[in-house]
Design a binder for this molecule. Structure first.
Ligand code: AMP
Length: 144
């Protein structure tokens, strides 16, 4: 199974935020979109960073309540790992587990085109295993 198969089962686009917006706006956008991370981009194509709820919690511990008025660029992660639609889900899940992040933006020709979460990957893997299981049960039953 590839990333594009996971994206085919997802609705909606990628939630983004501009680097000059405030952390208060990040919190509002995370809640509004019901997601755990936002891609930071000024034009919705170029990835400038990523900011997740974990960054907000860590920064709250460092800066205190004044954090809400700070800019996204001050606390975002700049070195973003991305994937492409033809990447294998199994390998991607391994990378995300090893590197300890739960979100991976998807690019086509370097431009932002989607995002997958570890939850999306686990769900698609479970669906795949259920299908394999059902096929095996059918095969065994028909061989009797
Ligand atoms: P998450 O598990 O996605 O909430 O993110 C945990 C940490 O990893 C946060 O500091 C994020 O900014 C960072 N992070 C999330 N996704 C990525 C990614 N694809 N590449 C690099 N860092 C990431």
């Amino acid at each position: 199974m590839q990333v594009k198969d996971v994206l085919a089962h997802k609705s909606g686009g990628v939630a983004t935020i501009e680097p000059g917006m405030s952390v208060a706006e990040v919190v509002a956008a995370l809640a509004e979109h019901g997601v755990g991370a936002l891609v930071v981009s000024s034009d919705r194509r170029t990835i400038e960073g990523i900011i997740s709820e974990r960054d907000v919690v860590r920064a709250l511990n460092t800066f205190g309540p004044g954090l809400l008025g700070m800019e996204v660029r001050e606390i975002m992660t700049v070195n973003v790992h991305t994937c492409v639609p033809t990447d294998e889900v199994r390998l991607l899940a391994r990378t995300m587990t090893d590197k300890r992040f739960r979100h991976m933006p998807v690019t086509i020709n370097g431009a932002l085109s989607g995002i997958v979460s570890i939850g999306d990957l686990v769900k698609s893997r479970m669906d795949e295993m259920e299908t394999e299981h059902d096929q095996l049960v059918d095969y065994i039953s028909s061989a009797r």
